[in-house]
Design a protein around this ligand. Structure first.
Ligand code: ME8
Length: 524
């Protein structure tokens, strides 16, 4: 089987409720995955949950639950969140699954056998809250630590470490030679700066079982569990291995779980989509881990920014949060998907405002796209009983230009610009209605041919818009197709060629895609 386009999100800590930031990451990954499918590529989209660690163990205990029971409940919450967002993911990984644990252990064995893991006594500061070892560098001038670390204790403990020290040079060269490895460019520069100006410290990858039992045991020492990143990052290869990917299975000597003939070819990943806060783990530690396992590196790490609300960090304690499910219940999933991708390019931080959301809903969705589709279809029904007239190609150059520009942007994962390009066609078609005034020429029988031309151009643009919008707004695209009386879903960009609607085709019933809302009273 030829290699699929393999794209992943980060895996989410199960000890929290899903929020806007997670929804954004999931939706943007879903759009890239769907866009690739529309390009005709075979795609595998993986998302999932990070379920081990002290915090999960503690939260479960405070609720009087076993950690696994707690994780099982949270997994339901997260899976239903993903489905409300209309993710078309191909698998959902949970780090407590046997298929994941097996491959984590195989990867640890491999790296251990290669001499890259060693044991040493650690003596120093430890933040229980952040579950992390701290060094002198983390101390403030007055000797204290940032309050975010909570209580900081002195700890003496033997642990396993993964060697990073000798790995800096090749990684730096690799990133310098491969400009697309870390995107966007300024995030790449951050990593380059970090590697040029710091000496990598070896990474502690274990916790004694006496202190933490909720983890995957080290295959070479049952008194320890593996800790956080050696468990979490490895998810990106455990699912390929479980599905029979030969690259991973042969590097790690894992048996192929999938029956012969059904195995997928996934590794190396094409894109890991992650947030800016975990860039170092993905762009520095993960490549070094992969090299130690004898595996090729992912092709790209795409780091997005963080959302704030009203210019401030979202925080439950101050009530400054956006509840994606509440927004979806009120405005619909496509309005949510549209806003987050139209508002924020992949890279910088974004700012959610309810007013901004409503303004885009009203201007771009209701009055822009919704109005275009509704009036185009309504006029065709009113003036031609819903029958498509003979093809005409007045707007074909505009459509062709929008399609080719959008495809080029999608190749670069420039989703915001791609949406803007689609809207340039929406605006052009709305302007065409105003310029040609079909409601006026409909009154003049001598202009019947002209009216046919105008109506054809409008409904054909609506059809093409459905094709282009499908990855972004899957429901809306399907509804436009349905209202046009077309069967199936517009899931191939090749269908965006001008002339798809045939003369005599009977369209369906138009109904508003984005009902106008009374904005007064919805101010929050
Ligand atoms: O870090 N805006 O999990 P996580 C945008 N389990 N993105 C945000 C955000 C915000 N306000 N808040 C969080 C973890 N994110 C680890 C990852 S991967 C092998 C292990 C993003 O649940 C964040 O940047 O804390 C990250 O990419 C993702 O949500 C998961 O965060």
């Amino acid at each position: 089987m030829s290699k699929q386009f393999y794209i992943t999100t980060a895996i989410y800590y199960v000890n929290g409720q899903p929020h806007l930031g997670h929804a954004y990451e999931m939706v943007l990954t879903d759009v890239i995955a769907r866009a690739r499918r529309s390009m005709g590529q075979e795609v595998f989209f993986l998302t999932g949950l990070d379920e081990h660690g002290q915090k999960v163990e503690q939260v479960a205990a405070t609720q009087g639950k076993k950690p696994q029971d707690y994780c099982d409940e949270m997994a339901q919450t997260w899976k239903s969140f993903a489905s409300r967002l209309q993710l078309k993911n191909d698998d959902f990984v949970r780090t407590t699954e046997a298929r994941h644990k097996r491959v984590v252990q195989a990867s640890l064995s491999k790296v251990h056998a290669a001499g890259q893991i060693y044991k040493k006594l650690y003596e120093g500061f430890y933040s229980t809250k952040e579950e992390t070892f701290l060094t002198e560098k983390d101390r403030k001038p007055d000797g204290t630590f940032d309050p975010a670390y909570g209580e900081v204790i002195k700890l003496q403990e033997e642990n396993y470490f993964f060697k990073l020290k000798d790995q800096q040079t090749w990684l730096l060269e690799y990133i310098e030679k491969n400009p697309l490895f870390i995107r966007p460019e300024y995030r790449r520069n951050e990593v380059l700066g970090f590697l040029r100006n710091n000496v990598l410290e070896d990474l502690c990858i274990s916790r004694p079982i006496s202190r933490l039992s909720w983890g995957i045991p080290l295959p070479f020492d049952p008194n320890y569990v593996t800790y956080v990143w050696f468990d979490a990052l490895v998810n990106y290869i455990t699912i390929p291995a479980a599905l029979g990917d030969m690259v991973v299975s042969s590097a790690l000597d894992t048996e192929r779980a999938a029956p012969p003939g059904s195995q997928l070819s996934l590794w190396p990943a094409d894109i890991h989509v992650i947030g800016k806060d975990i860039l170092k783990f993905h762009a520095v530690y993960w490549p070094i881990m992969l090299k130690a396992m004898g595996l090729p590196l992912p092709k790209q790490i795409l780091a997005h920014g963080w959302w704030q609300k009203n210019g401030e960090r979202m925080s439950k304690s101050t009530g400054n949060v956006v509840d994606p499910i509440g927004v979806i219940d009120e405005w619909g999933i496509d309005a949510f998907r549209f806003y987050v991708l139209r508002e924020l390019d992949i890279g910088p931080d974004g700012n959610w405002t309810d007013n901004g959301f409503q303004a885009r809903y009203s201007a771009e969705l209701a009055n822009g796209l919704g109005n275009l589709v509704n009036r185009s279809l309504s006029m065709l029904r009113r003036y031609r009983s819903g029958r498509v007239p003979a093809p005409s190609d007045e707007l074909s150059p505009d459509a062709r230009q929008a399609v080719s520009k959008m495809l080029a942007l999608l190749e670069q994962n420039q989703l915001q610009d791609a949406l803007q390009t689609i809207w340039s066609l929406v605006n052009r078609a709305n302007q065409y209605v105003d310029q040609t005034a079909p409601f006026k020429i409909a009154k003049d029988p001598a202009q019947a041919r002209r009216l046919d031309e105008v109506l054809y151009n409008l409904v054909e643009v609506c059809r093409i818009l459905a094709v282009l919008l499908r990855p972004f707004l899957p429901d809306t695209a399907a509804r436009i197709y349905g209202q046009l009386g077309l069967s199936g879903v517009p899931d191939r960009f090749s269908a965006a060629e001008w002339g798809g609607l045939k003369a005599g085709h009977q369209i369906g019933e138009p109904s508003p895609l984005f009902p106008r809302k009374d904005m007064a009273g919805t101010e929050r």
